[in-house]
Each structure stands twice: as C-alpha cells, then as structure tokens.
Write a protein that binds this ligand. Structure first.
Ligand code: ADP
Ligand code: MG
Ligand code: MG
Length: 860
C-alpha cells in the first residue's frame, strides 16, 4: 500500500480525482504541479494513515517512515536545499486537508525545520536576518499553538509588549535583533507552560506536527463541523508537507488569496486580497486588513500578469470558479492551493449561467451546479429602502442579506441567547473556528477586523448568513460587553441591524422587505423548468399565497386547505353556530350563511391560479378545533350566539377526543355531517360559474381527506357528484390502509394526492405534534439519520406511496398522482417522487424553486 504521494518539478504521484486519499488540498496540489504551475515541491500523506494513527495510539509504522524519508529526499532535490541542513536548510509547512474543505478547521504549521543553527543559516543564505528570525518566531508561535495547544495570547502579549516597549506601530517594524529577543522570550514561555524545552530537531518537529494534524481530525471544533455538515468521521484527513516559500522576505514579497470570479456576485472579475511582506496566515486570520488584488497590478505588474494567466488556466481546467492561495517570494509567484470557490447563491446562479453561455459547461451541468436548498437564501429579506435608518458604521459587504438582532459579543452568548428564542447578531473583533456554534445561532456577524476572505466572511457566505466584516471603527470591549462606535455605546442585548450587501451597520431594528428575484434567477428557473418532468404546485390557502406561489413559478395548487377559511373572525361565529346547532335544519341554516363566504374564497383562489388546477380539500380537522376551550371564551360565545354556557360546555365535552389526530375528522366528518361537504361543493360549483361568467379558465379538483376504505370515498362521491358532475374528484392517500387498497380506491378517484405528513405519522405511529423530543435523541443515537417529517422515509412511507401508485394506475392508467406533504419541497424527497413517476409535487410557496430545481436535477 502506498502512503505518501510526491509532487514537484512538474511531476506528481497523485491527481485531482484522488481527493479521498489525498484530501482536497493534496489532490489539487498534485494536479497543479502536473499542469506545470509553480507549486513548491512536497508530498502528501494519505488519509488512510490518519485513522490508523488515531487508532494506533499515535505511532507511525516503519513503512510510513521510509516513504516519508524518500519523499523528503525528492523534495530536497527539487528545491535545491536540505531539510535539517546546517548550511542550506529546507523548511516546510505541515498542512491538513480533508476530502472536502473544512475551512480553518484544522491548523497548519509554517516554517517547520527551524532551530538556532538553521535559522542562522537561513539568515546567511538570504542575507536577510530579519526575515529568518521573523520566520522562526512565527514557527514557534504556530507550533506551540497547533501542536502543543498552548493558548495564543501568551506569546501575542509578549509580542505586543515588545512592540509597545520599542514604540513600534507595525509588526514589520520589529528588526532582526528584536525578533531574536522575542524568540528567546517565546522559548521561555514554551518551557514554562509545556514543561520541556522547545524542540530543536527538525525531524522531531516534523513527526510531532504530522501527528498533531492527524489528531486534530478529532478535535471538538472539527467534530462539530462534521456533525453540522454530515461529514463522515471515517474519512480522516491527509497531511501535506510542502516546501516553504516566503512572502515575508521584504517589500517585493507577499501573500494573498484570489478568486477567478467575484464569489459574492459571481461577476466575471478577478477578485482577491493580498498583503505585502507577510505569510499566509496573516490574510486568512484577518490580523491585518489586506489590500485589494487590483492594486497588485501597480505593486508588482509582472506577477499580476502571471497571476491572470493562472486565473484563466485554472478556471478552464477545473471548469469552475477557483479560490487560489498564492505567495510571492522576491517577485516570484508560487501557488499553494486551489479549490472550487465557495460562493453565495446569487453568485452560484450567475456563474452556472455564464459558464453555460460561455460554452464551458452544458445547461444540464449548470443545473447541477446549485444546491436546491440554497435557493432559499435568495428569497432572503433586504432593507426596506423607505425605512428610516441610523447608520453608525460601515464595513465590508461580506455576505448579503439584511438582518436585525441583539448584539452579543461571544459565540457562547450567541448560543445561549438564541436558545431563549432571541435573534442575535454576533459582534467580534474577528471570528475563529471555535465560534462556529455561535455563528450558526446568530442572524449575522459583524467583525472589526479582517477582509472579505476572513473567517467570518467565508463562513457567512457558506451558511447564507449576513456578514459585515472589517468594520474598523468598532471599539469592542469584551469585559464591558459593549462596543463603542461613532460616539455611541451599544451594550449586550441592544438591537442592531446589518446590511451585508452594503456593509452598513445601523442602530436599532430597521424594517426589511422581501427579496426581489434577479433575472439570473428567472433564467435559471426557466432552464430547470425546461428539463424537469415533475410539475410543481403550491400549498396555498389564500389568493395572496397563490399569487406569491405563481410568482415563484407554481403550476397550480396541490393543496388548498379549506379549514383556514373557517377561522376568519367574521365566519368563526357562524361556524360555531353550525357546530352547536341541535338539528339538521338549524345546521343547514348556518351552512347557508357560510356558503357565500366559501364561494368568494374559491372565486379568489381559482382566479389567482387561473389556467392551472387547484385541488381543494374539503374540511379535514375535527369540529372541536373550532370551539372555545376556556370558561371565559365560552361565556363570550354564549353571549354572542344565544346558546347557554352549559349547552356549549356540553357540546365541547361531547366532542372531546382522546386522540384527535385519529379521531372524528376528514371523510369521517364528511360522512357523519354530509351537509358540510355538500355546502363546500356547492360553493365550489358557484365559484366556477362566477369565474367562467367572467371569462376565466379555472380548474378546481375536489379532494376528500383521510380515506382508508374505498367505500368511504364511494359513499361521499355518489352524493357530491350530483352537485358537481363536471369536477374531478380524488382523495388524499394518508393512512396506510388507503395505500394498501389503492386499487379499490382508484375505482372512485380521478387523482391521488399523497398526504405524507399524516402518512408518516400513521405509518411510523409517531405523533407529528409530540415526536420532536425523542426524534432528537434518535438522531443523536443515529437510530434515524433524518427527521422523517422533514425528509421522506423512502424505505417505509415511500414504499407505501410507490405501491399505491402502482395499484392505482393498474386500475386507472390516467390516475393523476401528486404529493402535498412537507416533503414536496425537500430535494431528496422530490427526487424520489420523480423516480416513482408522480405527476407533480406540491409545497409551500417559498420552496417552489427548490422543488423545481431538485426535479430538474433528477431529470437531466
Ligand atoms: P487552510 O486549510 O486553513 O487554508 P493552509 O494549509 O492552506 O490552511 O495554510 C494556511 C496558510 O499558510 C495559507 O495562506 C497558505 O497559503 C499558507 N501556506 C501553507 N503552506 C505554505 C508554504 N509551504 N509556503 C508558504 N505559505 C504556505
Ligand atoms: Mg488554505
Ligand atoms: Mg392529512
């Protein structure tokens, strides 16, 4: 078995397809090397070694040691220097890299191989002692923190106090002698806290660092990240050992990050940031605020031209936007990493469309480039332009969206405030990977330091959260839990508003308004529509929802719940009168009063969906849901309707059910009170007449809920079809028995609509309303990987759906099939619906684009 993969001098053992062995970073370093791009030589230790190392209590096999030594020899030859050499020393970085990028999750040690001898040699060789000792002090800092887990502030404080003592402003003001002094201080700090001397042997440094990278796979923040992103624990990380190139050699050196297109808007512009005389970490950590890439054209014109060539070469090669790390050593460009860039959803859409238009990818590929779930983020709010706002600061617009929340100053606070149901904005000097939990809990992030590629910015774009970064006018005091800005002090819990599209920070809560969809969105959804086979309808109960749904691309309504129409304050008294009535005649009278209301509802919703089918579900919930339950409310009702309080109490008691979900509802109610469904059907018929008289083309479908026995449907349909002979009738399949006897039910149905919320409830026997607490435990214990109410259980519930489709179609090949449960807007469930041949899915308006794209992805 091969453990170690060399790359250097235009030759590499690995390539980009080997992410599972080499990790993303290692695979792409190999690929770039083979592309003859300037990558410093090095080698990657396979992810396979990681788990063995963790299981094997931290030991390395002799085979591995031999492979590493031989790869190190090749690296030395490629770089013309030798690791641990006392005259011409080679330094390396030890980097982690999992199969998928886990930004900042595991740490890198730079400048490894330094000790007093090699540092002296490096100083001589480069005639740049300042650089040599700057590298050495950085190495000690990183090694102490990453490998030995020493908190960073000990050495940072020593650094700052030396700076202060010498009266320097910039880090770069420290000269070689200062740095030498600092190194001695650092070593003392190390010895004091770690209890041993700082290691001088480069090979000892190397192996300890490699072990630390492997171990970091199991550190708590990496675990947490994997948990959030469903990354398997068994993958492990690779270790990349890479020859150092130095961005800190002076004014003609530097380091930076660039994107082949703007990752925030998707625009085809070269985009990035860099720092002169700095090493990699400085940019990412947001310690100094970097310069925008365009200035590099002036600072180092030749390097800039070269970098532009790299830009187009890599983008063409990977056929996707790249996020590239580079370092310039004395005017020479080196590449240290490339990966497919993380991007906002807007950018993802624009990039996919542009790539397809440029002919780099096909339309079908373009449709696969956006995660359907992410479309949600496009529908996020923006600031209402008319709202009054008091702008108190401006930072970088790092991730779009507009949010308001209460200011909190630590990730821990963010989590605890959010747990109490508060909306929070996390305000920090800069964020770090430890903050990940608190970042998830926040509406948005505001940082005082760091650029567009700082941790906060990257994480925000990935999470689809709003972020304003590098807002340098903030003066944050952790001890006071406050931030001072523009003469104002904001305390913990005070409301602030961020606009991640402009970088503005505002005092208080500013009105937001819903997003307007871009033309890219329309184009992309148009493509999705072209390829998908499933139709997408909406679950909508009001003309307003229906209009919303249409604007998102809905092609009809799959579920219009009529009970919502009964809760209107004008109608509820009549509904109650109907329920409390003592005989048919009285009930009929109340129903006659309800009919015009219902008719107008239907006119509204059918008109809003003109040209498309609208599935209207007859009354479903048990009647007691409409009655008051407290004595006070019963008294009010008694005064309103003239029934005595006792009568009302009696009726409430009579309607009481131990298991309402399995109770007197759906078609059961329709059968025991046929006049209710008759009134509803009459209202539909009258609504159709009215619409048609106005020249509108409307297509209602009548749906009977909760059928489990074919006779139920036959009994109701026989009565109702007399009132509405022209309108299609169908049923919801939402109890297992309906699915199992679908061939019988299909005899009386023009369509089936799978009510997978109830079907999940009745198949699992999990109460929809009470299962959350134990489902949480089930997920923790991996008994269930997903909540079956959110993601369709394909193995169980899905099989019932599939069976019902087959049975139903065996009787009626024209039977129309759809799904109207929550699952109709969840990508994996939509894909399943496509596979089993449903005609449509129906979901909430905001999820229509998600369902449409998921359907297209399954069809291309
Ligand atoms: P991360 O996965 O957190 O981005 P990296 O391993 O890419 O960590 O390294 C962190 C920083 O150090 C990056 O800016 C990178 O470019 C820089 N870096 C890593 N290895 C080297 C090297 N051999 N020479 C110069 N800079 C390096
Ligand atoms: Mg990196
Ligand atoms: Mg139901």
């Amino acid at each position: 078995m091969k453990f170690v993969y060399f790359f250097g001098c235009g030759f590499a053992d690995g390539n980009a397809s080997m992410k599972s062995e080499l990790g993303g970073k290692g695979a792409n370093l190999a690929e770039m090397t083979s592309l003859k791009l300037p990558v410093p030589a090095g080698f990657t230790i396979s992810t396979k070694v990681c788990l063995d190392y963790i299981k094997g209590a931290g030991t390395f096999s002799p085979e591995l040691k031999a492979e590493v030594e031989s790869a190190m020899k090749k690296t030395e030859e490629a770089m013309g220097a030798r690791f641990a050499d006392s005259l011409n020393p080679l330094l390396v970085s030890v980097r982690s890299g999992a199969r998928v990028s886990m930004p900042g999750m595991m740490d890198t040690v730079l400048n490894l191989g330094l000790n007093p001898t090699t540092a002296e040699a490096l100083a001589k060789k480069t005639s740049n002692p300042r650089f040599a000792y700057d590298s050495y002090r950085r190495f000690i800092q990183m090694y102490s923190n990453v490998v030995k887990e020493l908190e960073t502030h000990y050495m940072e404080d020593a650094f700052d106090s030396l700076k202060k003592q010498k009266g320097y402003l910039e880090d770069t003001d420290l000269n070689a002698d200062d740095l030498k002094e600092l190194i001695e201080t650092f070593k003392l700090i190390y010895k004091k806290h770690i209890g041993e001397a700082f290691p001088d042997d480069p090979y000892e440094q190397l192996w300890t660092a490699i072990g630390a990278v492997f171990k970091s796979w199991n550190c708590s923040r990496a675990k947490k990240y994997r948990e959030i992103h469903s990354i398997p624990n068994e993958w492990g990380t690779a270790v990349n050992v890479c020859s150092m190139v130095y961005g800190n050699m002076g004014e003609n050196s530097g380091t930076g990050v660039c994107f082949t297109r703007d990752p925030s808007t998707g625009e085809n512009v070269f985009y990035g940031e860099y720092l002169i005389n700095a090493q990699g970490e400085d940019v990412v950590a947001g310690i100094r605020t970097p310069k925008t890439l365009l200035l590099l054209e002036k600072d180092m014109p030749e390097v800039f031209v070269q970098l532009e060539e790299v830009r187009s070469k890599l983008e063409r090669h990977y056929r996707d936007v790249q996020d590239i790390e580079f370092t310039i050593q004395e005017g020479k460009l080196y590449l240290l990493q490339t990966r497919n860039a993380k991007r906002t959803t807007q950018a993802a859409l624009k990039i996919a469309i542009d790539f397809a238009k440029e002919g780099t990818i096909t339309k079908q590929e373009a449709l696969l480039r956006v995660n359907p779930q992410d479309l949600d983020k496009l529908l996020h709010p923006t600031l209402d332009p008319r709202a009054h706002k008091q702008v108190i600061a401006k930072g970088l617009p790092a991730s779009p969206g507009a949010v308001s929340g209460r200011a909190v100053f630590t990730a821990v606070e963010a989590e605890s405030w959010a747990a109490r149901g508060e909306m929070v904005v996390l305000v920090r000097d800069e964020t770090s990977p430890e903050d990940i939990g608190g970042m998830y809990a926040s509406q948005g992030f505001l940082t005082a330091r760091g650029g567009m590629t700082s941790h906060a910015a990257v994480v925000a774009r990935q999470m689809g959260k709003c972020c304003v970064a590098g807002c340098s006018s903030l003066n944050i005091s952790l001890s006071n839990k406050s931030v001072k800005v523009a003469g104002i002090e904001i305390l913990e819990g005070d409301w602030i508003t961020l606009d991640g599209s402009t970088g503005e920070v505002m005092l208080g809560k500013v009105e937001t308004k819903n997003a307007e969809l871009s033309s890219d969105f329309a184009t992309y959804m148009g493509w999705a529509k072209e390829y998908r086979k499933l139709k997408v309808r909406a679950n909508a109960d009001t003309p307003r929802d229906a209009q919303y749904a249409r604007s998102f691309g809905a092609e009809g309504i799959g579920l219009c719940r009529t009970e919502h129409m009964f809760f209107d304050e004008n109608r509820l008294p009549v509904v109650r009168q109907m329920i409390l009535s003592k005989n048919r005649a009285e009930r009929k009278e109340a129903l006659d009063k309800l009919l015009p209301f219902q008719r107008d509802d239907f006119v509204g919703i059918l008109s809003a969906m003109e040209g498309f089918e609208v599935t209207i579900r007859l009354l479903d919930p048990p009647l007691h849901e409409f009655l008051p339950h407290t004595d006070k409310d019963m008294m009010t009702l008694s005064n309103q309707l003239g029934f005595s309080a006792d009568e009302i109490k009696q009726r409430v008691k009579a309607l009481y059910e131990a298991n309402p979900m399995l109770g007197h509802r759906g078609c059961r109610l329709g059968i025991s009170h046929p006049e209710i469904y008759e009134m509803q059907v009459k209202a539909i018929v009258e609504a159709v007449e009215k619409c048609r008289s106005q020249g509108k083309k409307v297509f209602p479908e009548i749906m009977i809920p909760l059928v489990g026995e074919a006779e139920e449907l036959r009994w109701l349909k026989d009565r109702l079809i007399k009132i509405a002979p022209q309108i299609p009738f169908g049923t919801m399949i939402e109890v297992p028995r309906a699915a199992l006897t679908a061939n019988k039910i299909a005899k009386h149905a023009d369509f089936f609509s799978f009510g997978t919320n109830d079907l999940t409830q009745t198949t699992y026997g999990f109460s929809r309303d009470d299962s959350a607490p134990f489902l949480r435990v089930y997920k923790q214990e991996n008994i269930l990987t997903e909540d079956p109410f959110a993601v369709l259980d394909q193995e169980g519930v899905g099989q019932l759906v599939k069976l019902a489709c087959e049975l139903g179609r065996s009787i009626n090949s024209n039977l129309k099939l759809g799904i109207c449960g929550e699952h109709g807007g969840e990508p994996s469930s939509v894909k399943f619906c496509h596979k089993i041949g449903l005609n449509y899915v129906s979901c909430s308006p905001f999820r229509i684009p998600i369902a449409m794209l998921a359907a297209a992805q399954e069809a291309v």
